[in-house]
Design a protein around this ligand. Structure first.
Ligand code: EPU
Length: 343
């Protein structure tokens, strides 16, 4: 069969991920329509090439070159459906930029995703790790996802429940490589109360006397200010957001830790007590650490930084040192959050 339209060879991927680790793709194609995705997959299969699907590259560590076909999912589309007085459904192409969509929805008066402002990446990637911030997760508004099922070789619709969402987790993470998300549907509301209960957000809006008068756009702007204080802008300081998940421990383990470390930062989780990984890493003395290539952000120890052309392997070596220290001091195993592609 003919190669996909616009197929390119030997393409640098470095600037296509927010961590900017150097890596090259043997083949690369931008896909803007569902049918082109299927063609590209078929061509790769025919050539015996592996595939890597790329969105905004904001949750990805490239630890080597990709000896296959990289498909960047750039399918556009924003459409409103089922508009009522109460709310509306927003249908989004996988390639839409998430933060721009948040500003668009909030600016149109719709509530539900304003707390997820400034999260880098695309709409198609958002369900994979069930993006979350400041008391809100994507699963709170997600209705369904359309995806290409690589096993069944057909387009499928997965309702929210079938996506098996949990904290930074979903069926798309549990069965990697099976589903390629092409469209996401969110149910947004005109009336739902705004979610202002997370510590930093409470503090930010503490001087606002009439919170009921706040619009979703006001909240999105507040969240942006809060994030900018703590989290590095990947345009300026290459990073992949939180590099570790916040670990969940049993009540008994938490009580034991609390008696030894009374200040330990934690929140109640769905299945146990969630510890703040940033706190654990910070306490081990890693916050602000840097060598000549990579380091740890100086305002949020959960974020690893690529200061100067560090490779994915150098980032992962640093992550391993941090994991070993946290395990040593607290007996807690940290799990790396972004996807690692080892090349
Ligand atoms: N903390 C420290 N030192 C640090 C970092 C945090 O002591 O270096 C303490 C804080 O003082 C606080 C606690 O740890 O008591 C929690 O910190 P924070 O509120 O900053 O949130 P987080 O648990 O570290 C999570 C998400 C972020 C999200 C924020 C806000 C994960 C892995 N990370 O961070 O998500 O923005 O909450 O909701 O769940 C991301 O996923 O990429 C991301 C940035």
């Amino acid at each position: 069969m003919d190669p996909p339209t616009n197929l390119r060879a030997k393409i640098a991927l470095t600037s296509m991920t927010t961590l900017r680790c150097p890596a090259t793709a043997r083949f690369f194609v931008d896909v803007t329509q569902e049918q082109d995705l299927v063609r590209a997959l078929d061509w790769a299969a025919e050539q015996g090439l592996g595939t890597l699907i790329l969105g905004g590259g904001s949750n990805l560590v490239l630890a080597g070159d990709v000896d296959g076909l990289v498909i960047r999912l750039a399918i556009p589309g924003r459409q409103w459906e089922d508009v009522s007085e109460e709310g509306a459904t927003l249908v989004l192409g996988a390639g839409e930029n998430w933060h721009e969509v948040v500003l668009y929805a909030a600016g149109s008066g719709y509530r539900g995703i304003e707390n997820l402002a400034l999260i880098p990446g695309t709409c198609g990637a958002a369900p994979v790790q069930n993006i979350g911030a400041y008391g809100v997760e994507l699963k709170d508004t997600l209705v369904s996802v359309n995806a290409w099922d690589c096993e069944g070789r057909q387009m499928v619709t997965l309702e929210s429940e079938a996506c098996q969402f949990a904290y930074r987790d979903s069926v798309f993470k549990r069965e990697p490589g099976r589903y390629l998300i092409v469209q996401v549907k969110l149910r947004l509301s005109r009336t739902r109360p705004l979610s202002l209960g997370y510590g930093d957000v409470v503090h930010y809006f503490s001087n606002v006397p009439d919170k009921a008068a706040l619009t979703p756009l006001d909240v999105a702007e507040g969240i942006m200010a809060v994030r900018r204080r703590k989290l590095p802008d990947p345009e300026q300081i290459p990073n992949a957001g939180s590099f570790f998940k916040n670990p969940v421990v049993s009540q008994a383990t938490w009580e034991q830790l609390k008696s030894t470390f009374p200040d330990i930062a934690s929140y109640p989780g769905d299945t146990g007590v969630k510890l703040a990984a940033g706190w654990l890493i910070d306490q081990c003395g890693w916050k602000g650490y840097r060598n000549d290539k990579v380091g740890v952000h100086n305002h949020q120890a959960l974020v690893l930084i690529n200061h100067s052309n560090g490779t994915g392997k150098e980032i992962l070596a640093l992550a391993e040192r941090i994991r070993a220290d946290v395990a040593d001091v607290y007996g807690v195993e940290l799990e790396i959050e972004p996807r690692i592609v080892s090349g």
